[in-house]
Design a protein around this ligand. Sequence first.
Ligand code: B16
Ligand code: MG
Length: 215
Amino acid sequence: NIRGVIFDLDGVLTDTAEYHYQAWQKLADEEGIEFNRQANEALRGISRRASLMLIIKNKKYSEAEIQEMLERKNRYYVEMISNITPQDVLPGAMALLDELRANDIKIAIGSASKNVQMVVERLGIADKVDAIADGYSTPHPKPAPDIFLCAADKLGLPPKQCVVIEDAAAGVEAALAAGMWAIGLGPSERVGAAHIVLPSLAGVRWPELQDQLRE
Ligand code: B16
Ligand code: MG
């Protein structure tokens, strides 16, 4: 019996992935590191630091230089997301949030990002969410289960009563490691490990989802 839904943020409720990409590309260009859209695919759902490590590969940087690059990328990113509006909530997400609330299902966000607060406020969904677990909640990023366990804890629910909605392989892995149900959004090559795979949240209704999860 599912009593809570934990939404990933980037790629599920909104598409900030494009801004993450542009910010990383700008940094990589400045550093003279080869990077492109395809390389960016590997960063989906991955923490900021782990993303940078994948970008710089075995190029040597001091810890101070790494910190500076992480801050610089985030400055670019924050500037880009400062213009997002409720129009940037992905199709179907707003309706599902409202339907869950009407059905007394608890709602959390479980995101690797450290910019969740700002994004949620700009999207205008802060009052639709009961709890947030984010990049500040635990030192262990996805695919570790910690972010989702923290979200369930904040909702006061055991993991097996929670379902996670994710767009990233690392996120689906984290949900399963947490002992939760997983709904993957996107191609099955990416999220096929989830219990249910859907192209997006467009047209998704809670009663039907619940039926599918019971089977
Ligand atoms: P930040 P999610 C993830 O968000 C993004 O998918 C990933 O690209 C990003 O590097 C990570 O958050 C950290 O974000 O730099 O804002 O702390 O998909 O877990 O909602
Ligand atoms: Mg995501």
